[in-house]
Design a protein around this ligand. Sequence first.
Ligand code: 3H9
Length: 722
Amino acid sequence: MNQKASLQVGHDGVAVITLQNPPVNALHPAVLNALFNCLREAHARRDVKAIVVTGSNNRFSAGFDIAEFAKSSGGGGIDSRINDSFCSLLESGPKPTVAAVASMALGGGLETAMACNARICTPGTKLGLPELQLGILPGFGGTQRLPRLVGLQKAAQMMLTSAPVNDKKAAKLGLVDAVVPQGKLLEAARAWAAEIAAGTKPRNFSLYRTDKLEPLGEALPILEFAKAETQKRAPHLTHPLLCLDAIRVGVEQGGHAGLKQESAAFAQAASLDTHKALVHIFFAQRATKKVKGITDAGLKPRKMKKIAVLGGGLMGSGIATASALAGMDVIIKEVNDKFLQSGLGRVKSNLASSVKRGKMTKEAADAVAARVKGTLDYSDFGSVDMVVEAVLEDVGLKQRIFADLEKACRPDCILSSNTSTIDISVIGQKTRAADRIVGAHFFSPAHIMPLLEIVRTDKTSPQVVLDTLEYGSAIKKTPVVVGNCTGFAVNRVFFPYTQAACLLVDLGLDPYKIDKAILGGFGMPMGPFRLSDLVGADVGLHVGKNFLESFPERTYSAKLIVKLNEAKRLGEKTGSGFYQYDAKRKAKPDPALAPIVEASRKEAGLFKGGKPPAFSPQDIIEFIFFPVVNEGCRVIAEGIVDKPADLDVATVLAMGFPPYRGGLIKWADLVGVKHVAQRLNQWAQQFESAGLAGFFKPCKYLQDAADSGSQLSAGVRPGSKL
Ligand code: 3H9
């Protein structure tokens, strides 16, 4: 059994209790039980005068075992009364306790450490309470002890942002009592514990401290302000407010009352869908790197040391920046010196903006920039491990480039394309290198957006997919392996998004109301029309044509986008689209849109004037997102994604689908698959005479799941015929 805690008593009379649950010493109930037993034993033994709690493998703990949350119906089956007695035994038992913290003390890990009478950590340790990012709140007394150790303002900030502090900051705040080198950690902690026992160092009880807490008259306004800010920033979330409430009760009525409130609030938060959704995303994000037939095939990933990027435009320079930031040598190839210099300039300005945001020093940025070289020919390509092509979306041009690359590069060099619209196998048609051709689809801006779609064709070798996964992780992207089809996974799944929104306008609804429902009502970073303006109506038209060609039976050919193109209102870049834009690119509704909407409605012939049909904000959300879910189900059924959860991660990271809704497919499961299918069928019937039944009709995967009561997240059952 790997999940345990062990007790060792030294000649100095100090008992060392070590948490053991690799890789991060997560506090599985078995570990907590073992810890509790060790603690009771240490307190009971006559040869023990003080206790040190530490973690194995030079790590303290990353907190409660999140996998237990995923198994239980909520809250990981934690009984808060046990936590109470565990933490109070740690804090106020007969013998003093010291936490010896290396590498990380997160969530329940930090709460365990805070219940000890002193904390010593090593350089580089991260300490934080990130529970809110899992849809819960600290449940081991963190809402009470952290404010008493570091002050209310800082504690609230740490909990609300989930951001940890490093060892230096922790020492400055008083969260740790000392920072010592790794090799001295246990020795220092033992000595500290022995000194407390001898009375030469004070024994501090975090829960009873008042010296750092702001007086009530200051504390309450701090909490009120934090509450108002939270409601503004995250209007859909309840658990941050529950957390603030537990803090407030502790401030007003004392630590014990606060602990009681904390456990009630924890239980409430743990029962909400937000918690299930966020835990799902936590694991789904880590699971994208595990791909059937690739990562379980016994292959060893090769490390990419030198990368060539073709094209120094926005995408190319972003890809070059991300690769150089990961320590790779990069060559950018352009067609002439002017383009090359601007590509290299873009890399520098990407790095300069990281310096400006405090993400890196000027020296570090210069060192990264020095790894990026420019070229106008292929003479250096013999030394590169991977090429990422990011030139114009022109099939002929890409085919010529790939034929050249086959000659210029080593036979084991990966040849990838960043295309978002062109079939990857067509790009490689003029080569005999089909097994090492792969899509590396970045999202703009490429050095910032966290998703990388890795597009494999039926000829791409597993080794090349594995190496590209390794490359994706090295450049700090979340890589998702997808199949080769129009729009790949993300763009394909989202093609009904703008189309459904345009259909609603043609039915008589106001575009700005639609955006409002999707933005504020649902929590997307922007509504479909604002997004369309960002992407550009010309790009929208081109992409729409692609989908119409590939999926004619289910594409709504939106006239609204055509009309915007005719009016040269292409979006942000032309200063107007669905919205008008000022010099700072701030969007404002535009009365000049009305005649365009009018013309589109006239052509669509679905709205006869008068009162628009009654659509509540929830109706709008469902009308727009249920066709997106339907396309997601087709993508799952066709095996375009390895597992449904990959689509959840991809929609969250590329489209800003709210993570607290679990990603597209998990959200549909939480809403109810039967409900999704029933509404789609209702609209398919309602719009059949307008030729739109195909846009709504549930695909077989979705309908089967609705009929059988299974979850869309379950994936395709072996042997099922889809
Ligand atoms: C809590 O404590 C509640 C309390 O208030 C008490 C309630 C009553 N549990 O991320 P990585 C796994 S809630 C289980 O790839 P990194 C992770 O899945 C908890 N497993 O590495 C992965 O497994 P695999 C609050 C966990 O170096 C492996 O460890 N704590 C946990 O990039 C490596 O992880 C948090 O929210 C866990 N707690 O980052 C901390 N943590 O190899 C969440 C990690 O099978 N964790 N795993 O895919 C993290 O932020 C990062 O994982 C960490 C390491 C910074 C620790």
